[in-house]
Design a protein. Structure first.
Length: 97
C-alpha cells in the first residue's frame, strides 16, 4: 500500500484517490474473500474487508495513514495549482476597475 502511494504521488498528478477494494458477488475478489466478514453495505472510502496478512486493526491504521498522506498531497497540489493560476491573473480584472 505504501509503495502504491509512493508511486501515485511521484507522478505529480493533480489529485490521487484512495479506494478500498470491496468484494462484490460474482467477482474474483469475492471468491478470494470467502470466509471473511462481509460488510452490510458498500463504501469504497473505508476499508471494509481485510484481504491482507495484516490484523484488521493494523490494516485500518495503515489505510488511515495513507489516506491522510494522500489528502495532504491533494491539498498541496490544489494550493500549488491555485498559486500558479493566481500568478498569471491580472487583478483587478480589466473592465472591473
Amino acid at each position: 500500500m505504501e509503495r502504491t502511494a509512493d508511486f501515485a504521488t511521484s507522478l505529480d498528478l493533480d489529485a490521487v484517490s484512495l479506494f478500498s477494494a470491496t468484494p462484490l458477488p460474482g467477482t474474483e475478489l469475492w471468491q478470494m474473500a470467502k470466509g471473511a466478514r462481509m460488510p452490510e453495505s458498500v463504501d469504497f472510502r473505508t476499508p471494509q474487508v481485510n484481504l491482507t496478512p495484516l490484523s484488521d486493526a493494523r490494516y485500518a491504521e495503515v489505510y488511515g495513514r495513507i489516506r491522510k498522506r494522500l489528502d495532504d498531497y491533494n491539498q498541496s497540489q490544489m494550493m500549488r495549482s491555485l498559486g500558479a493560476s493566481a500568478a498569471v491573473r491580472v487583478w483587478p480584472a480589466p473592465g472591473l476597475r
